[in-house]
Write a protein that binds this ligand. Structure first.
Ligand code: NAD
Length: 352
């Protein structure tokens, strides 16, 4: 076994059914008496209900969270946070709302109680991506990581099927990159593989019946495992390409991850076959081909062309993707990335 460092898992996690009822207790546990509730406009009714539930602990609701954490929204949220007298935020929603909570925490020192409602996996990480003037930057800082995460299976029952699948593929991508990360460790590898087994056995059931509580619980459990893995490893080619496509061409976050994953995972599996053998076993014998078949079976989008990308954009994306060096188990040049993007654009089944 190679040597490793494992620093532990910092966040407190409450997982179960009906656990949103514990939000007030968790705010108080962190020593706070006033919390600002955050959401997107789409989930503002849920946020208002949560504020009602929090009673005097709720200092207000800010429901303007938006994809990729625009800094002008953060500035308005910070004003609302200061005016409310809150010392803590409660973020209810997916990665967009959680990102806003992180941005507030980083600038104000607020504690965060996070209640995720998708599988994207921002909640357990110290990573914050923000956009200003159309440019996305990503940073890591211990102050970004939420103190407490409440997973409530009930809140995921209404997640639409299309988003359920792309969000789950987004989570699987975290697990895949955790396994071959330069700072991988056996605990996170174990968690990632356990997550993939749970997704493989339960995601098709959730797609067939979004109200299948047991399958939803298994999938949310898997999402927690993948988010945890992402929170403690260095990301590689897959996340880099998703960042380039989302940041430069505005492709939607979860769909982009879902489409790229079979291609990036298959490409890297060729360099680390022993590490990726368990992934191949989980998805039917091949990493890239297996993930492609799984995604197709669950109804995930398979072609970058369907996200509005043009063939000509791929040249530019490949050039941007090789501009600065980053960790990856398989060395590559611009031509390799261009070929990978072409395959993802066409939605061909990877051979690896
Ligand atoms: P999202 O948070 O943007 O949610 C998409 C839409 O779905 C929103 O309108 C939201 O209100 C709605 N929604 C969320 N949960 C729902 C539910 N249960 N039922 C019905 N509607 C629901 O999407 P996302 O994919 O969760 O997050 C994407 C964002 O998160 C991106 O900005 C991405 O960069 C970021 N992200 C960050 C990290 C990190 O570690 N920093 C990790 C993953 C994703």
């Amino acid at each position: 076994m190679a040597g490793f460092t494992f620093a532990g898992i910092a966040s407190r996690v409450v997982f179960g059914t009906g656990t949103i009822a514990q939000a007030g207790e968790e705010v108080a546990r962190l020593g706070h008496t006033r919390a600002l509730v955050l959401s997107t406009p789409h989930q503002s009714d849920d946020a208002a209900r949560l504020a009602d539930r929090l009673g005097p602990l709720a200092a207000g609701v800010f429901s303007e969270a938006a994809m990729h954490t625009p800094t002008d929204v953060t500035a308005r949220a910070l004003d609302a946070y200061a005016a409310s007298g809150a010392t803590c935020v409660v973020a209810l929603g997916g990665g967009s709302t959680i990102g806003l909570g992180k941005a507030i925490a980083l600038r104000s020192g607020a504690d965060q109680v996070v209640i995720p409602t998708t599988y994207a996996g921002s909640e357990m990480t110290d990573i914050l991506g923000e956009t200003e003037d159309g440019r996305k930057t990503t940073r890591r800082d211990p102050a970004i990581r939420p103190e407490t995460v409440i997973y409530d299976v009930d809140l995921t029952l209404g997640l639409p099927a299309a988003m359920t699948v792309t969000s789950a593929m987004n989570a699987i991508a975290h697990g895949v990159e955790a396994i071959y990360a330069p700072d991988a460790n056996p605990i996170l590898t174990m968690m990632s593989l356990e997550a993939m087994r749970a997704f493989a056995r339960s995601l098709p059931g959730v797609v067939a019946d979004g109200q299948d509580h047991a399958a939803r619980a298994d999938v949310l459990y898997a999402a927690w495992l993948c988010s945890t893995a992402l929170g403690y490893i260095t990301m590689s080619l897959h996340h880099k390409l998703a960042h380039v496509l989302g940041g430069t061409f505005g492709t939607p976050h979860a769909e982009t991850h879902a489409i790229l994953l079979p291609h990036t995972a298959g490409f890297n599996a060729a360099a680390v076959p022993e590490l990726m053998a368990p992934v191949a076993a989980i998805f039917g014998g091949a990493v890239g081909g297996g993930l492609h078949d799984f995604a197709a079976r669950c109804g995930a989008p398979l072609r970058l062309a369907d996200l509005g990308l043009r063939g000509a954009d791929l040249d530019r994306a490949a050039a941007i993707a090789v501009q600065s060096p980053y960790a990856n188990p398989r060395p590559f040049g611009e031509g390799d990335i261009r070929a990978l993007l072409q395959a993802a654009w066409e939605g061909t089944r990877p051979q690896d």
